[in-house]
Design a protein around this ligand. Structure first.
Ligand SMILES: *Cc1c(COP(=O)(O)O)cnc(C)c1O
Length: 410
């Protein structure tokens, strides 16, 4: 089967990803673990090699030519992110080591701004990295953590959310897309309701950015966080976007070089944004490659990507649904190409092991979302997550493999 979308040539795109030529256990690799991390195109790998081979130097410090080149490339990557996410000002883009780091900067920063009567809302479908830092914040500040419940189709209960909001609500945390269920949450609606009560909203975009074009101003989010490695970039780099007024209010997360304005033993003053939050030598190569990854995604076009992945999702969902006893968790109308499922009482891990023998990489377990598993009363799921470089043929092989696994395990 081929795609109806003529300008989208998946075979051409696959040539950009060297790893897709690999064999696993004697079979061609079928990589369906994109929600854990995406593969990297040659363009991104080249950007990393180019930095280390040709202009490796520390940034923002040296007057020498290499340092200038490295600084220019790093700051150009920041601008690429700014334009891509429609961030008003480039100094509102903070480089971090990833989503987890970005969330912790904000969670730590709010410690002294909350009191015991304050409330924080977090959705029932969050990744552990968007739960635990807020629990730690509540322990430090005495504020209370309340959960926005979820419905059986894997969407948020928006009525319950409205009822939870009050003048005590100070912060709301929700992911843009659930890494386990694929649900695309109604961010603008969540933000508008929160703002009516003066609460700020942090959106975890780790799972959204490789599938959707994100515009932080259209969404009116207060903070937006992402990881490069889920968007065809390298590990160890990510982004925190925040509105200037909020970022200026937050204290620095780490002290060190680069984040200061003046240092004496009596007193230190902090640097302006974004450097206040970028202590120490950053992941220079990673930042530059993050920019290259965003350029790469834009060259293909996120609209094209979303459309193609949605076709893959529909195709795979209907094929899997024909397997007896198979349950899919997460049936939101608006979802990305993630399918979490179980077959009868077979343990997801056992399915994963058999699929691996056939060269198919899926994730099994809780996917860092134990509360979702508890909600459905299951130990975990098998999760197949697709990217724009996956094909219909791979899905056909996958469905055959799942059927074989079920035969072997029952
Ligand atoms: C992957 C992921 C995270 C954590 O990202 P890191 O890169 O591990 O920091 C957080 N939230 C969601 C929804 C994710 O998919």
């Amino acid at each position: 089967m081929t795609t109806s979308n003529s300008s989208f040539d998946v075979n051409r795109i696959r040539l950009d990803f060297p790893i897709l030529k690999r064999q696993i256990n004697g079979q061609p690799l079928i990589y369906f673990d994109n929600a854990a991390t995406s593969q990297k195109p040659q363009q991104v790998i080249d950007a990393m090699v180019d930095y280390y081979q040709n202009y490796n130097a520390n940034i923002h410090r040296g007057v020498h030519a290499l340092s200038q080149e490295a600084t220019d490339a790093y700051e150009k990557a920041r601008q690429t992110l700014q334009v891509h996410f429609n961030v008003p000002k480039s100094n509102e883009v903070i480089f971090t080591s990833g989503t987890t780091h970005a969330i912790n900067i904000v969670a730590s920063g709010y410690t002294n701004f909350l009191k015991a009567s304050d409330e924080i809302l977090v959705s029932a479908m969050e990744h552990h990295s968007n739960i635990v830092p807020w629990q730690m914040l509540c322990e430090r500040s005495g504020a209370k953590l309340l959960v926005i419940p979820m419905k059986t189709d894997g969407t948020l209960d928006m009525m319950a959310y409205s009822n939870l909001l009050s003048s005590q609500t100070k912060l709301v945390f929700v992911n843009h897309v659930s890494n386990t269920l694929g649900t695309i949450n109604p961010i603008r609606e969540i933000v508008d309701s929160a703002h009516q009560f003066g609460a700020s909203v942090l959106v975890d975009g780790a799972q959204a950015c490789s599938h959707l074009k994100v515009d932080v101003q259209a969404l009116d989010v207060d903070f937006y966080v992402a990881s490069a490695h889920k968007m065809c970039g390298p590990t160890g780099v990510g982004m925190l976007y925040g509105k200037t007024a909020l970022l200026e209010k937050l204290p620095p997360y780490q002290g060190g070089g680069e984040m200061i304005s003046e240092v004496t033993f009596e007193r230190t003053t902090y640097a302006e944004l974004p450097h206040k939050f970028e202590a120490g030598t950053p992941n220079i190569c990673g930042g530059i490659a993050f920019g290259a990854a965003v350029d790469y995604l834009n060259k293909i076009g996120l609209d094209q990507i979303a459309k193609y992945e949605n076709d893959l999702l529909e195709y795979a969902t209907s094929a899997l649904s024909e397997i007896d006893g198979l349950t899919i968790y997460g049936n939101a109308k608006r979802k990305t190409a993630v399918i979490s499922f179980n077959v009868a009482n077979i343990h997801p891990y056992d399915v994963g092991v058999i699929l691996d023998k056939m060269g198919i990489a899926v994730r099994t377990g809780q996917h860092c979302t134990q509360p979702i598993m508890d909600y459905f009363g299951i130990p975990g799921t098998v999760r197949a997550s697709f990217a724009f470089y996956n094909t219909y043929e791979e899905i056909d092989s996958f469905v055959v493999a799942v059927k074989k696994a079920v035969l072997m395990l029952t």
